[in-house]
Design a protein around this ligand. Structure first.
Ligand SMILES: [Ca+2]
Ligand SMILES: [Ca+2]
Length: 526
């Protein structure tokens, strides 16, 4: 570990889904002025940075992940003055601001695509991926992430265009140097304004096989999996050239002070590591997919550490706008333990708004479904609406989120589960998050320290974090029964998810309640 850790190595990132954080004008949709109004709350959490999901102008076919102008603000979120005010307000409070940037595809309404599709001779034709069909069918067997062919036929120009996601999200051709230059300029536009970094959307999709070879069949496909799983994505994602483009992005960012590049890529750990060439933090989603099992987690932590490249800084994500919330995945009783896990692992933690309250996935009645994944892909399941519901701020109608009708319904026990009610309530998850974050900030061992051991003892996950003379012992009882586990020696209990703060532990045996996690200072042991 370098002595001078960057802010994004020491820090904690808090993800805000802007549609659902705070509405300021009564249209039922969260906006930038709303986020600004709630920054003081974010400061009370003790996090270092906010990352806001896309706010660029967008037809909202995929809620902002279909961008029609990379250097503007969608009117639904406000104007550029609102953005500047948010950035200022964040910086005044010592918070960094990370933007979402969507490089793989634009909206079909982006002027670049409108021009590209206007004719085969368009100067921007090559900015996207256009191909002739084969015998009246698409150019190859590639499927979109939403199911169905990844190719859509354009009647007017008589060719297919490629889209890894919705037909409304045509993929850019990153082999075209004008595309690279235009997107580089978009990054500089925001960096010049002073944003502190980007979370780059779906970077493993940036390039496709140049020869457009068919994907092989997935031997593990079975009934019940989404149709897109029929084929492996061998030729469709994770191509070698991705790293060149990410390297260009990184050079742009590093020509400014102290900026960070984070990349989204759902990949096995081995493949994920290659993205450290390009971005500072390839998001590690493996905690999101993990079973709540001590043996599995110990193995995951250890394997991740072993695979990290030299100077590659680890990171952990507990929840996001695409996956089931932690309180639903692991159960609400496990939520405090999950918080302790996230905030005591080596590397940058990212937490998702509302998880600090214990918000669970919200059941959305069919008539109120908003997510295109569910609307356009029948049978896809619940879609992502359940994890994107409005933040409950107070015990009042719509939780103080909006004076109007919220774009998605809130959970059904707003009167109990809201910021105001949990604020300062002894034993609340919100207080536990704040206390753990404060402890992490005080203890370099927890943020930038090394690991001692990482192991599991039946249902107990155990690891040590070490920094200089400081040695902290962490034990998490993932099981549902009382359990005793050995302590290396006498220590001082710094934190328990069950009992709050405690003092000395004389013996060398720890007593752990069901779902209890503890942090013990064992620096005194020789
Ligand atoms: Ca609004
Ligand atoms: Ca692509």
């Amino acid at each position: 570990m370098p002595t001078e850790a960057a802010w994004w190595q020491r820090g904690i990132i808090y993800q805000i889904y802007p549609r659902s954080f705070q509405d300021s004008n009564g249209d039922g949709i969260g906006d930038l002025a709303g986020i600004t109004a709630r920054l003081d709350y974010v400061v009370t959490l003790g996090v270092d940075a906010i990352w806001i999901s896309p706010i660029n102008p967008s037809p909202m076919a995929d809620f902002g992940y279909d961008v029609s102008d990379y250097t503007g603000i969608d009117p639904i979120f406000g104007g550029m003055a609102d953005f500047d005010a948010l950035l200022d307000a964040a910086h005044q409070r010592g918070l960094k601001l990370i933007m979402d940037f969507v490089p793989n595809h634009t909206s079909e309404q982006h002027p670049w695509f409108l021009e590209s599709r206007s004719s085969r001779d368009s100067l921007k034709r090559d900015w996207y991926i256009w191909r002739d069909g084969k015998d009246g069918s698409p150019p190859n067997n590639w499927m979109s992430e939403f199911g169905g062919s990844a190719w859509t036929f354009d009647e007017a120009s008589g060719q297919y265009y490629y889209h890894a996601y919705l037909p409304q999200q045509p993929d850019l051709n990153w082999r075209n140097s004008d595309v690279r230059a235009a997107m580089g300029n978009a990054l500089r536009f925001w960096l010049d304004k002073g944003v502190d970094g980007f979370r780059l959307d779906t970077i493993h999709h940036l390039f496709e096989d140049e020869g457009l070879r068919d994907n092989p069949l997935n031997p593990d496909f079975h009934e019940g999996l989404p149709p897109r799983e029929q084929f492996e994505r061998t030729h469709q994602t994770d191509q070698r050239e991705v790293r060149d483009v990410l390297g260009e992005f990184r050079r742009i960012c590093e020509s400014y002070d102290d900026r960070v590049l984070i990349g989204e890529a759902y990949l096995p750990l081995e493949k994920l590591m290659r993205y450290y060439d390009g971005v500072h933090l390839p998001f590690n989603f493996h905690l999101i997919g993990a079973p709540w099992n001590a043996a599995h987690l110990a193995d995951l932590i250890w394997r991740y550490e072993q695979l990290l490249p030299r100077n590659g800084w680890p990171n952990w994500v507990l929840g996001n706008h695409d996956r089931s919330r932690v309180a639903s995945r692991f159960g609400i009783k496990a939520a405090p333990l999950a918080a302790m896990l996230l905030l005591t692992l080596r590397g940058t933690p990212t937490l998702y708004y509302g998880d600090e309250l214990g918000l669970a996935d919200v059941n959305i009645p069919p008539a109120q479904v908003q997510d295109p994944w569910e609307i356009r892909v029948p049978g896809f399941g619940l879609g992502r609406d359940p994890v994107r519901t409005p933040m409950p701020w107070a015990s009042e109608p719509n939780g103080g989120f909006t004076a109007g009708k919220p774009w998605l319904p809130l959970h059904d026990n707003v009167s109990e589960l809201n910021v105001q009610t949990l604020d300062g309530k002894p034993g609340s998850l919100l207080d536990l998050y704040r206390d753990l974050i404060a402890l992490r900030r005080r203890e370099p061992a927890l943020s930038t320290g090394d690991y001692g051991t990482v192991e599991h003892r039946d249902d107990v996950l155990v690891y040590e974090r070490v920094h200089a003379e400081r040695r902290l012992f962490i034990a998490l009882n993932l099981g549902t029964t009382l359990i005793y586990t050995p302590l290396p020696g006498p220590g001082e209990l710094l934190f328990s998810t069950v009992h709050g703060w405690k003092g000395k532990i004389a013996g060398d045996l720890l007593r752990l309640q069901p779902h209890e996690g503890v942090i013990v200072d064992i620096s005194a042991i020789a």
